[in-house]
Write a protein that binds this ligand. Structure first.
Ligand SMILES: [Fe+2]
Length: 247
């Protein structure tokens, strides 16, 4: 599913036998769509998985947890709090008969993860189709991203399908073999040159929503609650005697 406003992709996978389902990188504005699809397909949501701390949209993780009682799993180095499970490289996520392997692919952010489900790779923003995630966000590291893509993802089987976190080209799926052979960012680039190249190129404007998205997504997308709490804190500072419990 593609969020038209941000171009972000979310992925729903379900177990045919048990009806257990998982959602990867859901966007909060699409929550009604996800709930409708789950109902229509007769699935119950067990897991919400985040590939990383998103800066361009607000996650639906907390909203879906409240609606469905699904659990939220995020990278242990993602900087996201309030999740139900912290994931590390090599971990496995079980959802009915589905088994997803966790691959740590830092670089775009320090806590980026990719999820491998049989011959399908959900690569988040670590590897895009003919591109990769930007490296000018807080905590980004181009050399680290190079290692993740070249040494962790390009060693997977050629036929592994790549489902990225964003679509820049209009396409929705690629393969490891195709990206290894033709992704222009990784052709003849050394680790050092890639890091410099990306740093130089990533000068496009960052999304306006970045500060708000990071703040909300650090708490699984609890934007409204954190905003409400802020207002109460401001109010408390103005009336310290009456409201000091909010400090
Ligand atoms: Fe991202």
């Amino acid at each position: 599913m593609r969020d038209e406003a941000t171009g972000a992709f979310s992925y729903l996978a379900g177990c045919a036998r048990t009806g257990a389902a998982l959602l990867i990188d859901p966007v909060v504005s699409q929550t009604p769509l996800y709930l409708g699809m789950l109902a229509e397909l007769g699935l119950h949501l067990e897991w919400v998985l985040e590939t990383h701390l998103h800066a361009d949209h607000i996650t639906a993780a907390d909203s879906l947890r409240e609606w469905t009682h699904a659990r939220i799993a995020v990278g242990g180095r993602s900087g996201i709090s309030d999740a139900d499970r912290l994931l590390d490289d090599g971990d496995e996520i079980a959802c009915g008969d589905l088994r997803l392997r966790v691959l740590a692919t830092p670089g775009h952010t320090p806590g980026c993860l990719s999820f491998l489900w049989d011959d399908r790779l959900f690569s988040g923003d670590s590897l895009l189709i003919g591109a990769c995630g930007r490296t000018d966000e807080p905590g980004s590291n181009g050399a680290c991203l190079y290692d993740s893509v070249v040494r962790r993802l390009f060693v997977l089987a050629d036929e592994t399908l790549v489902y990225p976190g964003h679509c820049l080209s209009g396409r929705r799926v690629s393969s490891i073999g195709e990206e290894r052979e033709s992704n222009p960012l990784f052709q003849d680039a050394s680790r050092d040159s890639f890091a410099t190249f990306k740093t130089t190129l990533s000068t496009g404007a960052q999304p306006d929503i970045l500060p708000l998205a990071l703040e909300a997504n650090r708490h699984c997308g609890r934007l409204l609650k954190t905003e409400a709490l802020k207002q109460r804190r401001v109010s408390a500072r103005k009336q310290p005697c009456a409201n000091h419990q909010y400090e």
